[in-house]
Ligand binder design. Structure first.
Ligand code: GLN
Length: 273
């Protein structure tokens, strides 16, 4: 027999594998028991059934091997949405909510055309679509697995103002847009962090870009000039140490009002122009 409190104290060695070991255990238990996180703290003495204990031990063993919690559960919560995830795409991260916030802050809640490039699970486009039903969103991704997943996530969340189309960055876009947003791959392929933690289970094509992580950002910034209406906004997520490079790239291409915004961890995260 195992209580909720005992389950949450299991496997202290998980802290060596995960920098969010306590949260990982909570998310696994919530899913298993089909309860919100607050329930775990209200009912620490509740007993897990034998089947739940067996399943919990199984998931814990896989987590100890490094598999991301989102892959174990099959979903990740992002913004107000529950998104299905698969090994075909990046797992949505809280840092990316800064990009969503900035996108919402830079256009009025009036009809607008907005594109999300390299949408993956659809996280950014779907979060924007849920907040702004009057916007018309187009999301692109080169990978057909991602396109299918993002479409599934749009349907599951009841969002019908997002069109998800296959293709590279701006290539599938038609006409002009009020805003283009992207969380493209931006990690330097030489970065040693790629050998550690959850990123080992994510597609490299969603993580790394040549030229110290700048290659795709530069390509998108070049292409977007012909897809934005005059006065339209381009917003990128990027690495904590890339603010200056992304600003320089946008300025060299003729973008104005270029600025960088920090995330909740106080790191440079989003640059716009
Ligand atoms: N922020 C992610 C990480 O550091 C990378 C996301 C990306 O490359 N777009 O793992």
């Amino acid at each position: 027999m195992l209580t909720v409190a005992e389950a949450l104290a299991r496997a202290p060695e998980l802290a060596d594998v995960s920098d969010s070991s306590r949260l990982d255990l909570e998310l696994l238990l919530c899913d298993l028991l089909d309860k919100p996180r607050s329930w775990l703290f209200t009912w620490p003495d509740a007993q897990l059934t034998e089947a739940q204990v067996a399943r919990f031990e199984q998931l814990l063993a896989r987590r100890l091997q490094g598999e991301p919690v989102a892959h174990l559960l099959g979903y990740r919560d992002f913004w107000t949405l529950r998104l299905k995830v698969s090994p075909d795409t990046l797992i949505p991260r809280p840092d990316t909510e800064t990009l969503v916030e900035q996108a919402l802050a830079h256009l009025p809640a009036a009809p607008a055309r907005v594109a999300d490039l390299g949408t993956g699970t659809g996280a950014i486009a779907l979060a924007l679509a849920s907040e702004r039903p009057q916007w018309q969103l187009v999301a692109t991704d080169l990978h057909l697995g991602a396109v299918a997943l993002a479409r599934e996530n749009a349907t599951a969340n009841g969002l019908d103002n997002v069109e998800i189309v296959p293709g590279s960055w701006c290539e599938p876009l038609q006409g002009h847009f009020d805003m283009i947003v992207s969380n493209p791959p931006y990690i330097d392929p030489e970065d040693p962090h790629l050998q550690q933690g959850d990123v080992r289970f994510e597609p490299l094509s969603a993580l790394t870009a040549e030229d110290k992580g700048m290659a795709d950002i530069r390509t998108i910034a070049e292409q977007a000039r012909t897809c934005l209406r005059t006065g339209g906004w381009l917003l990128f997520e990027h690495g904590y140490d890339q603010g200056m490079s992304v600003r320089a790239c946008l300025q060299a291409l003729g973008y104005t009002q270029v600025a960088t915004v920090r995330d909740l961890g106080d790191n440079d995260r989003v640059t716009l122009g």
